[in-house]
Design a protein around this ligand. Structure first.
Ligand code: FSO
Ligand code: SF4
Length: 546
């Protein structure tokens, strides 16, 4: 195996024996082979698009396959192997379809022609050099290809959440096909790959806008909300991940059962949506960000439903009360599939919850969030006045991810040491590093404004663009907004590429720069966009404020 797609890549270069995330070499290789299979499907789909033939099934397959390979989403080798089998069959069916329509598929790339039908044959194939990341010898080309692939993985995750809410965007699917096939094209120059990277960012903006429209269309605009972080004395289910449709179904099915529902990690922002407030059993948020789940699942007592990443390989005794759905999966955990109408039957989780103890309270009180674009626009006068009067000197966008590395204490420290006339704009699980600190408010505006999940970084961009308009500026970089972003996995990659596409410069990215950036590619990002790594809190504050 060789994997360097996330921030925790071993030794800052890549995992080669077993993932720091807990992924085995077999799962890592099968994930690479799944990506390779998707590239084969994309080659056929591209040929079809060139003559006006569309394959909606391929679009959905590619989207879901990419999502499955995101860090901490799916550790289930059997599920990944089944997906590869399905992909090969789909690819060959598509070829037949083209042939039946008089289109001869001539591409002889191995990704479009290889076959296999047993797990053993997949394991052998996945070990082959041509399949993995290291198949590309030139490290700059490899770096750009992988940057594009990781961006597209993040894009796929957001596209799937939209899709689950009945929204799909053909242009996004066509871009995924273009990007996947481009990574097999040896004729593309480094310059062309750089351009494709920026184009990935453009579609990143689009996919986040789509998801924003899907979420707010279905559940209303997030509004200022105090979320309970304590517990009450009833059996309960903990729901984690990012999929709001899954949450809605769980809430519907738990009505009148005596079973409560709590959110974990990235599901916290669900509380900000008006539509979920009507459920009396939607009690609050339990615990912190993803990497603390082992301890928190112990005291939660009830069953846990993962709708997406981030899964941490669980303790053996927790496996029987952990369920997965959508792109997520873990060997031994029950996976709940949707029926043809997208309905998921969560009754067995509810039945199990009834037999288990209520959660142990690990903290109490409330946290405040819900500052997505519409809520911030409603406060616009107040915010603009505070900036004009000097009460707010600067905003710090501290969106992104949390992770287990000790170096991430930087973000708590940074938040604590920020001057009192600054406001943090956050989204994603990065917030857990400072959302329970008592940082106060500025004239009633809290000093930490949480827009929502990582995809709601889109809201932060919309807010920035609105402020640019209000202050009549030509350049978004002239606003008193600084960017100190924490990344972990590939959704953060698409968020970053989206910000670059929107013209945001001088982003600080930490706690370490991606292992997949070769020195030359990193140089392009530094020189073109001013991207830089973090230093000490003191140095960075001086740089931002000095
Ligand atoms: Fe976090 Fe995990 Fe939302 Fe990621 S829970 S790290 S960027 O999956 O997706 O922010
Ligand atoms: Fe390593 Fe991250 Fe890849 Fe897991 S996802 S194997 S931790 S680089």
């Amino acid at each position: 195996m060789f994997c360097y797609q996330c921030q925790e890549a071993s030794k800052g270069t890549g995992c080669t024996v077993r993932g720091v995330c807990g992924k085995t070499d077999i799962v890592a290789n099968l994930q690479d082979l799944l990506i390779y299979t998707l590239k084969g499907v994309a080659l056929v789909a591209k040929e079809g698009l060139e003559v006006g033939i569309k394959f909606p099934e391929a679009n959905h397959f590619i989207m879901n396959g990419l999502f499955i390979t995101i860090t901490n989403a799916n550790f289930d080798d059997a599920a990944i192997a089944a997906k590869i089998t399905e992909g090969l069959a789909l690819r060959d069916e598509m070829k037949k379809d083209l042939a039946a329509k008089g289109v001869e598929f001539k591409n002889t790339h191995d990704a479009a022609t290889w076959t296999g039908n047993t797990v053993a044959s997949f394991e052998a194939k996945s070990d082959a050099v041509e399949v993995g990341v290291l198949a590309t010898e030139n490290e700059d080309v490899r770096s750009l290809r992988e940057l594009i692939i990781y961006g597209v993985k993040g894009m796929a995750a957001y596209a799937e959440h939209s899709f689950n809410l009945g929204k799909e965007n053909e242009e996004i699917f066509e871009f995924m096909i273009k990007a996947l096939t481009a990574t097999l094209d040896d004729t593309l120059t480094v310059e062309e790959l750089v351009a494709l990277t920026l184009e990935t960012g453009k579609f990143g903006v689009d996919v986040m806008a789509d998801l924003d429209a899907a979420n707010t269309g279905a559940y209303g605009n997030p509004e200022i909300t105090e979320v309970n972080i304590g517990t009450r004395n009833k059996p309960a289910i903990l729901i984690s991940g990012h999929d709001l449709k899954d949450l809605e179904q769980l809430l519907e099915q738990t009505q009148g059962t005596g079973v409560d529902v709590y959110t974990h990690g990235e599901m916290l922002p669900a509380h900000y949506y008006p539509a979920f407030k009507k459920y009396e059993n939607f009690v609050g948020n339990y615990g912190n960000s993803w990497w603390k789940q082992k301890e928190e699942f112990e005291t939660f007592n009830g069953p846990i439903l993962f709708t997406t990443n981030c899964i941490v390989p669980p303790r053996e005794e927790h496996i029987k009360r952990i369920y997965t759905t959508g792109a997520s999966g873990y060997p031994g955990c029950v996976h709940i599939e949707a029926d043809e109408n997208g309905r998921k039957d969560f009754s067995r989780i509810i039945e199990q919850a009834k037999t288990l103890e209520a959660p142990v309270e690990i903290e109490n009180g409330t946290i405040v969030g819900g500052f997505a674009h519409e809520q911030v626009f409603a406060l616009a006068d107040k915010v603009v006045d505070a900036v004009k009067s000097g009460a707010i000197k600067k905003f710090f966008v501290m969106a992104g991810c949390d992770g287990r590395m000790k170096s991430r204490e930087y973000y708590t420290d940074f938040a604590e040491k920020l001057p009192k006339d600054t406001v943090i704009l956050t989204a994603g699980c990065a917030k857990y590093r400072y959302n329970k600190l008592d940082l106060g408010d500025i004239g009633g505006i809290p000093r930490v404004l949480d827009a929502g999940q990582c995809n709601d970084s889109y809201s932060l961009a919309v807010i920035a663009l609105k402020l640019k308009e209000v202050f009549e500026l030509n350049d978004v970089n002239d606003l008193p907004i600084a960017y100190n972003i924490a990344w972990y996995e590939q959704k953060a990659v698409i968020v970053l590429l989206a910000l670059l596409y929107l013209g945001v410069k001088n982003i600080k990215l930490g706690p370490t720069l991606p292992a997949f950036l070769s020195p030359n590619v990193a140089k392009v990002l530094v020189e073109t966009f001013g991207i830089n790594g973090i230093g000490t809190v003191e140095e960075d504050l001086e740089q931002f404020l000095g």
